[in-house]
Write a protein that binds this ligand. Structure first.
Ligand code: RIB
Length: 334
């Protein structure tokens, strides 16, 4: 008959810790919590159906923080995360920070108190201090999609730099020389990486950016795409192409064009970033940079689960390739 002492020995914890996990009383670090649960499972320790209760009602949880649950981009990442984690016996709690650092911090604190086994975070901006505190408490944290330059944590992103470079090279190859930009949120490392790709593509073709062709108030929402199009296209010599730093803003550009009699792509070429599921359905089909969203979610989930299981190697920084998908919104500039 397996005893609580056997469980404690296998998990290399005290009997009191095993008791706290089984009775859900008092705080146990996620690392020990997982070790005890695994020992209970391996030893099939189940006086009064303890193991079944733990399995059924208190499977370990993971916290996933995304910045905008309205954006289909994050839904596809979350699906990849959830499919991997659920298969490994974890429940996933998804929280929306609305691109607000204080809301993100509040969710991190709440889920920490609920003793989640770890976090996957798409940062809404600067929340390095809160994430560093979690890491200091041995709570595993992995970053997805948006790196934080000042946080040493596992990070899985798509190649923002190369994706933006491909987008501009595509437009230059079509003969466009007046290229407008609707950038993403300036404070993000993601935006900086894309900017670098844009600049390197232009410099590689002996071109440079004109300030009047840059709209810097992009917030990744369609409305800022619409406003950016209005600013960029109401000039004496407007751009012949616009590259928006995500699909939702590119949709705002397409909507502006349709409202003002501008024919895409013959009078204006438009490129987005993400390749969300809408990109191929919104007429005339959006040329955009495809991010491997589902795969990115699966990958970051596996990285976090390895960390929870006690992976001691230094943090990884994994970049997945991006790929330009050409559809009907771009054409040669005569
Ligand atoms: O659409 C949302 C944008 O912010 C995407 O480009 C994604 O990379 C995220 O960071």
């Amino acid at each position: 008959m397996t005893t609580i002492k056997d469980v404690a020995e296998m998990a290399q914890v005290s009997v009191a810790t095993v008791s706290r996990v089984i009775n859900q009383t008092g705080y146990v670090s996620p690392e020990l919590d997982v070790r005890v649960r695994q020992a209970v499972e391996n030893l099939n320790y189940s006086p009064n159906n303890i193991a079944k209760n733990l399995r059924r009602s208190n499977s370990p949880m993971l916290g996933v923080l995304i910045p905008d649950n309205n954006n289909p981009f994050f839904a596809e990442i979350t699906k990849g995360i959830e499919d991997v984690c659920f298969d490994k016996g974890y429940n996933v709690v998804v929280c929306n920070s609305d691109e607000k650092s204080d809301k993100a911090a509040s969710y991190l604190e709440t889920l920490y108190r609920q003793r989640v086994a770890g976090f996957i975070v798409v940062a809404p901006g600067h929340i390095t201090d809160q994430l560093q505190r979690l890491l200091n408490h041995k709570v595993p944290v992995a970053l997805a999609d948006r790196p934080l330059a000042d946080l040493a944590a596992d990070t899985v992103i798509a190649d923002h730099y190369d994706g933006a470079k491909q987008a501009i090279e595509h437009l230059i190859g079509l003969g466009h020389r007046r290229i407008g930009l609707i950038a993403g949120r300036r404070e993000l490392e993601t935006t900086r990486l894309r900017w670098k790709g844009v600049q390197d593509a232009l410099h590689g073709a002996g071109l440079s950016l004109q300030d009047r062709f840059i709209f810097e108030e992009g917030d990744f929402q369609p409305g800022s795409g619409y406003k950016g199009a209005a600013d960029l296209l109401n000039q004496r010599t407007p751009p012949t192409a616009i590259f928006a730093f995500n699909d939702l803003m590119a949709f705002g550009v397409l909507y502006y064009a349709s409202q003002h009699g501008i024919v895409v792509p013959t009078q204006l070429s438009v490129v987005g970033f993400d390749d969300t599921m809408l990109a191929s359905f919104v007429p005339p089909g959006l040329t955009t940079v495809a991010q491997p969203k589902y795969e990115l979610g699966q990958t970051v989930a596996r990285v976090l689960l390895n960390r929870i299981r006690g992976e001691k190697k230094p943090p990884i920084y994994h970049i997945l390739p991006t790929q330009l998908v050409i559809r009907g919104s771009t054409a040669a500039h005569e």
